[in-house]
Design a binder for this molecule. Structure first.
Ligand code: BG6
Length: 479
């Protein structure tokens, strides 16, 4: 058997796409709460203030807040061992500035963790998943202001102390490397420059964005150190939004470009979080682009002392890169790239590449040599409900089956993968488009793109399939 006996089969979610109850029990407004719904062709709009006449998908999301018992029972029914979720910072500190945490927010997560433990499910908690308090953006331009570091530290201390006996696995920031590019400015570091309205066309100021990212890296390192002081048993990881860039051709120029893209955009943050210092290529990028990152006296020491225990990443697709500029483009997770003639794409233009997962794992493990968690993977697709109410999502099974087989091969190669948590086990809101119809789940939620529906949960065909994978520890994939 290739999967180790204690392999952590699981599933992954994020508060702003899942919980809803955006203003209940003292929760504050997060950056996502002012983002409208869009489509693949029409960008989400950042309205800055809540407009009562607009539908904001995060406001009700799929209402895990009121369905958590039912939802966790469904997840437990599949036999999952680990559940990735995030804590909404705004439930604990609504603006970020309060001195005392919001007890009702803390109680909600106590209830969720207790419910998970009832079924023997281990929580894996992302501390910040694209939903920091909007107030920080309004008053400090997000992480651009160094004082956000101490506000984040306060938030971390509160949740680490409160949940020290309930949560062992933590991730500091979701897909932190997204802020190495312009699109990460708002969701990643909460920076909203004058003139930005469309999520996909943010007005970018690289100097401000990368200084903000520096503050976030410092905050991440402080969080790791603080967490280990509060409970030495904590396992705290970093999280990469990983895009494999293949050279479009075998020309040396395309190869070099692919390598350089990968270094700068995949490893900008994880190198710092794992090695405890900025890599040469990031410093070189600053130099070439006239970016001056302000370091305070202790910053280098803080980065050195706050290195993580494991690395995690999201994996959905791969893309190509080339120096030729006449090649057909296609969409992807946050980035556009050149179409790969060997791969098929999803309806949203994301190229499906199971072998690329083994490729990514190989590269990651040979670079870092620490345990790895695959904390997101899956197929966003529209589902059809049959007249008898059943949903035959064979396409999703096929996608996941092929990826898990490659994961298994990677483990056979000797790569230390400890967990696999596919994205959105219960349908949730898409982060990039705000749509509901881009579904990832094993469990269907009756809700449409305008927020209409009963929120009823229905098992899809993939539910029993994934249950079988977990039950057999991957053995059924060999049939
Ligand atoms: C990752 C994010 O980038 O991709 C998730 O961490 C997101 O928040 C996931 O939901 C899938 O992307 P999308 O746009 O299909 O929701």
């Amino acid at each position: 058997m290739s999967f180790p006996e204690n392999f952590l089969w699981g599933a992954a979610t994020a508060a702003s796409q899942f919980e809803g109850a955006w203003n209940e029990d003292g929760k504050g407004v997060s950056v996502i709460d002012v983002m409208t719904a869009g489509t693949n062709m029409k960008s989400r709009v950042i309205t800055r203030k809540i407009d009562k006449d607009i539908y904001y998908p995060s406001h009700q999301a799929v209402d895990f807040y009121h369905h958590y018992k039912e939802d966790i029972a469904l997840l437990a029914g599949m036999g999952i061992k680990i559940f990735r979720m995030s804590i909404a910072w705004t439930r604990i500190y609504p603006t970020g500035f309060e001195e005392k945490p919001n007890e009702k927010g803390l109680q909600f997560y106590d209830n969720v963790f207790d419910e998970l433990h009832k079924y023997g499910i281990e929580p894996l908690v992302t501390i910040s998943h694209f939903d920091q308090p909007l107030y920080l953006t309004e008053t400090c331009n997000g992480w651009a202001d160094r004082k956000v570091i101490s506000l984040f530290e306060k938030y971390c201390r509160t949740i680490f102390t409160r949940y020290k006996d309930k949560v062992k696995y933590w991730l500091t920031f979701n897909e932190m490397n997204c802020s190495s590019r312009s699109f990460g400015g708002y969701p990643g570091v909460g920076v909203l420059n004058e003139g930005t309205t469309l999520f996909t066309q943010q007005v970018d100021n690289p100097q401000v964005r990368l200084q903000a990212l520096h503050h976030q890296l410092i905050a991440s390192a402080i969080a790791v150190k603080t967490g280990h002081e509060i409970n030495p048993q904590f396992q705290i990881g970093c999280m990469i939004g990983l895009i494999t860039y293949y050279p479009y051709s075998c020309s040396p120029e395309d190869n070099l470009q692919a390598l350089q893209n990968k270094l700068l955009h995949n490893y900008y943050c994880s190198d710092v979080q794992i090695f405890g210092e900025y890599p040469y290529f990031v410093k070189n990028y600053w130099k070439k682009n006239d970016i001056h990152i302000k370091f305070e006296d202790n910053d280098e020491k803080i980065l050195k002392e706050g290195t993580v225990d494991f690395v995690s990443f999201s994996y959905y697709m791969t893309t190509c890169t080339t120096v030729q500029n006449d090649k057909e483009k296609t969409k992807g997770n946050w980035v556009e790239g050149v179409k790969n003639p060997y791969l098929e794409s999803t309806e949203w233009g994301w190229q499906i590449d199971p072998v690329g997962l083994r490729y990514a794992l190989t590269e990651l493990y040979s670079r870092y040599r620490i345990p790895i968690m695959v904390v997101e993977n899956g197929l966003g697709a529209q589902d059809k409900i049959e007249v008898d109410g059943s949903i035959h999502d064979d396409y999703r099974i096929e996608y996941l089956r092929k990826h898990i087989i490659e994961l298994e091969k990677a483990i056979e190669d000797g790569i230390n993968v400890i967990a696999y948590t596919p994205w959105g086990p219960i349908d949730l809101i898409s982060a990039s488009t705000g749509e509901m119809k881009k579904r990832y789940g094993f469990i269907y939620v009756d809700l449409d793109d305008e927020g209409r529906g009963t929120f009823k949960r229905t098992k899809k065909k993939s539910y029993d399939w994934y249950k079988g994978v977990i039950e057999s520890n991957g053995e059924i994939l060999k049939d």
